[in-house]
Design a protein. Structure first.
Length: 274
């Protein structure tokens, strides 16, 4: 199994999909308990939600599950949300705080490092290369990082999550114009709720690549799974009617990003994004 799938386009927008993959190597799968084997913490069907929404969009998808290694965590293991419950670079628990490994089968530090090199690094090498390629084409690149999560996860946050959770790490990862465009479209989406930099302010991917001064802008969208799943429980089925209604608004957001990209300052420098 290749760690990453790349669909290269010629738009200024790059879609990152780090958590929709479900592949777990057999040697790791054999050590998971029933909670781990359920892989409930998948960003279910996010790749399908965004597929063919924007003509020419580049999409970079991790094929591996976050239980192998989390492609949206700092490779050094630094917490994204100090003082708050979260999951680590190589998760040992699920989103409800329950162990996912059989007793005594947790990965060692050496194994975690090998997983990082094999999976995490491969995904980010591909994503960085696509961002750079797109920026070279347009003088600017906008990374839109695609995520979803159950709307009720008491271990991670109180209450019910809004439908659209927009993260820019306090406005540092993109131009104000990029942030404003997505916020405006989310607020205008009839029947949906939204928040900017609430519980999810943007993961490592958004914070790492978002360098507006170099022509690379990044924004994260965390969708409540109630917006596109029949139920937020196994088998986590895709609800076509819900999803098609949601896709109308997601398309408007991506189209707006293309429009905004045309007005952003351009850079001719071929600076590395990693």
């Amino acid at each position: 199994m290749k760690p990453v799938e790349i669909f290269a386009g010629d738009s200024p927008v790059v879609l990152g999909v780090p958590h929709a993959g479900t592949f777990i190597p057999d040697d790791i799968r054999a050590r998971l308990n029933d909670t781990g084997l359920a892989i409930a913490d998948t960003d279910w069907h996010v790749d399908r939600l965004y597929s063919n929404l924007l003509s020419g969009a580049t999409m970079v998808c991790a094929t591996f599950h976050r239980y192998v290694i989390d492609a949206n965590r700092d490779p050094e293991g630094v917490s994204l949300y100090p003082g708050q419950n979260t999951t680590s670079l190589c998760p040992l628990t699920d989103f409800d705080g329950r162990p996912i490994y059989l007793d005594g089968e947790e990965p060692s530090a050496d194994e975690i490092e090998q997983r990082r090199k094999t999976w995490h690094a491969a995904y980010h090498d591909a994503l960085a290369a696509e961002i750079e390629r797109v920026r070279d084409l347009h003088g600017v690149a906008i990374l839109y990082d695609c995520h979803s999560i159950r709307s009720l996860v008491p271990f991670l946050f109180e209450g019910t999550l809004p439908d659209f959770n927009i993260g820019t790490n306090g406005g540092t990862t993109c131009s104000p114009a990029v942030e404003a465009a997505i916020v405006a479209r989310a607020k205008a989406a009839d029947g949906y709720t939204s928040v900017l930099n609430g519980r999810f302010k943007g993961g490592w991917t958004t914070r790492h690549y978002g360098r507006p001064e170099t022509g690379v802008h990044a924004i994260q969208m965390e969708l409540a799974q109630s917006t596109h799943l029949t139920t937020e429980a196994a088998p986590f089925a895709y609800d076509m009617e819900k999803a098609e209604r949601l896709r109308v608004h997601l398309k408007e957001m991506l189209d707006e990003l293309v429009r905004v990209a045309g007005n952003l300052p351009k850079t001719g420098a071929k600076e590395t994004t990693r």
